[in-house]
Design a binder for this molecule. Structure first.
Ligand code: HEM
Length: 156
């Protein structure tokens, strides 16, 4: 059922152009990496703060700056990632490592949305134990997605 959808994605004008455009592919790949860098670069210090590092740094001030950077990074990575995916949609969709990567992204994003919905935008109402648990899950998901993303090149 999903096969015709994936095949259709591969025949879009954007996918066909990217397949033949060397520098176009490089630009989209670079945009994907920029999004990943913003996401992981913001999440890492934030989660380490939630785990108890840099207690002297105001947690809410850190959340106010780093959460929007991480969210923008995820939006950028997802948009560029979808373009890269369209180039060889059926092949990527069949890879276990790609499926694991998508599951990690979905889990990491859902956990973050749930935490902010429950504890408030600046996480004012969260218990320290909840924040620590979230930080471990979040680091596992985002660092796992980073590793899976990089590993795709080694299995195709
Ligand atoms: C839903 C959104 C995403 C999609 C559809 C997607 C898709 C892709 C695709 C198709 C590739 C090219 C793989 C190859 O042929 O080498 C790629 C590369 C990569 N992705 Fe993603 N990705 C997404 C989000 C992410 C996120 C959130 C991360 C990190 C946390 C990430 C990390 C990477 C890395 C490190 C690479 C390798 C870049 C390189 O070395 O050139 N991706 N992604």
């Amino acid at each position: 059922m999903i096969e015709p959808l994936l095949a259709g994605l591969e025949t879009t004008a954007a996918a066909q152009w990217l397949r033949g455009a060397r520098w176009g592919y490089a630009a989209v790949n670079g945009t994907h990496v920029l999004g990943v860098a913003m996401l992981v670069g913001a999440i890492l210090p934030l989660d380490l703060r939630l785990l108890g590092c840099w207690r002297g740094v105001d947690r809410q001030a850190l959340v106010r700056v780093l959460v929007p950077v991480a969210a923008a990074g995820l939006a950028l990575a997802a948009t560029a990632g979808l373009c890269l995916f369209a180039i060889r949609a059926r092949e990527y969709a069949g890879l276990d490592i790609f499926r694991v990567k998508l599951a990690l992204i979905a889990t990491g994003a859902s956990a973050a949305i749930l935490l902010h919905a429950r504890a408030g935008w600046l996480l004012r109402d969260a218990r320290p134990a909840t924040l620590r648990l979230h930080a471990v899950l979040s680091l596992t998901c985002w660092l796992g997605a980073l590793a899976c993303g990089r590993l795709i090149a080694f299995v195709t």
